[in-house]
Design a protein around this ligand. Structure first.
Ligand code: DGY
Length: 332
């Protein structure tokens, strides 16, 4: 029997790659940089499924180039803003992602960034490495207390909730902004909704972003939002770079309108090494590694591979994002 034809746009961990290589006729892009657009357009021709990355822009042109047999786009990420979902749905193409499995790992990293920003860890490392550590200093690298501070969570989904849970160990006060979130009676004992985003921004010592990137959240944190924050506040972003207006953030950090930013995601991404944000002492940038633990990336690889296999076989992927396609495909 002929194996389904698939394209994997990057090498994923072996746990998933082995499944794909065994069950499919697979083309795998074996480079450390994303597939250039021209290669992607060419390589998708005639394939049944794409195992994509958040760095691939899977739009109508890619779907058109693939052809009508394309059944599934399995994204190796929980976020899927890199895929034109409406277009995929219109064409009856399954889109699947890797939710849940990376929640705790990403929340760990968000909390690491929170602590690193509060206590100026990267400045401390630079201080020692740069040979500036001459003696103990009574005024050296004074940061902000985490315990007892107010944490503002923007977007109370799975990861936002997991970050909120961690903050309880630090006796933080937790507020959140998410018009769609419903909290349990238990959660209501230790977190409360802010009346609006402005209230969250003005009351929080730490603002942690956990919203997906949509047309509503694109540049949600721009000049006006940053102006609402405390001058001592730390902004943490592990969601998507474009939720924050980079230029406005640079100006706010440089002018001391907020104290610190700790970013796992940026706009643009990757951030060029000569980007002005990297010249600021009060900004930490790390390279989008929220879900990057060995165990989590292995689990994501299996999920993405299984989503891909179901899709190319015309079956509903377990972690389907566009449920409307499910009805069409399983109904035929
Ligand atoms: C995701 O899954 O969307 C993260 O940003 C990367 O793992």
């Amino acid at each position: 029997m002929l194996k389904p034809k698939v394209l994997a746009t990057r090498v994923i961990p072996d746990s998933g790659l082995e499944i794909v290589a065994r069950e499919c006729d697979a083309v795998i892009w074996n480079e450390e940089i994303p597939m250039p657009r021209s290669n992607l357009l060419e390589s998708v021709r005639g394939i049944d499924g794409i195992l994509s990355q958040l760095s691939d822009n899977i739009d109508a042109q890619i779907m058109e180039s693939a052809g009508p047999q394309l059944k599934v786009i399995s994204n190796y990420a929980v976020g899927f803003d890199n895929i034109d979902l409406a277009e995929a749905t219109r064409r009856g193409i399954f889109v699947a992602n890797t939710p849940d499995v990376l929640t705790e790992t990403t929340a760990d990293l968000a909390f690491a960034l929170l602590l690193a920003g509060a206590r100026r860890l990267s400045e401390g490392v630079d201080h020692v490495r740069g040979g500036k550590w001459l003696t103990w200093g009574p005024r050296l690298l004074l940061g902000y207390d985490v315990y007892g501070a107010t944490l503002g969570i923007v977007g109370l989904g799975r990861i936002g909730r997991a970050v909120a849970r961690r903050s309880r160990g630090f006796d933080m006060r937790v507020i959140f902004y998410d018009p769609e979130a419903v909290i349990s009676a238990e959660e209501a004992k230790w977190m409360r909704p802010a009346a609006n985003l402005d209230q969250l921004l003005s009351e929080s010592d730490f603002v942690s972003l956990h919203t997906p990137l949509t047309s509503d959240t694109d540049h949600l944190i721009g000049e006006a939002a940053l102006a609402k924050m405390k001058s001592t506040a730390v902004l943490i972003n592990t969601s998507r770079g474009r939720v924050v207006d980079t230029e406005a953030l640079y100006c706010a950090l440089q002018a001391g309108r907020i104290a610190y930013a700790a970013l796992d995601v940026t706009d643009p991404e990757p951030l060029p090494s000569d980007h002005k944000l990297l010249g600021l002492p009060n900004c930490i940038v790390i390279p989008h590694i929220g879900s990057a633990s060995v165990a989590t990336r292995n689990r994501m690889a299996v999920m993405a591979a299984e989503n891909l296999l179901s899709g190319v076989r015309g079956q509903r992927p377990k972690y389907l994002v566009n449920a409307a396609v499910n009805v069409e495909r399983t109904g035929d």
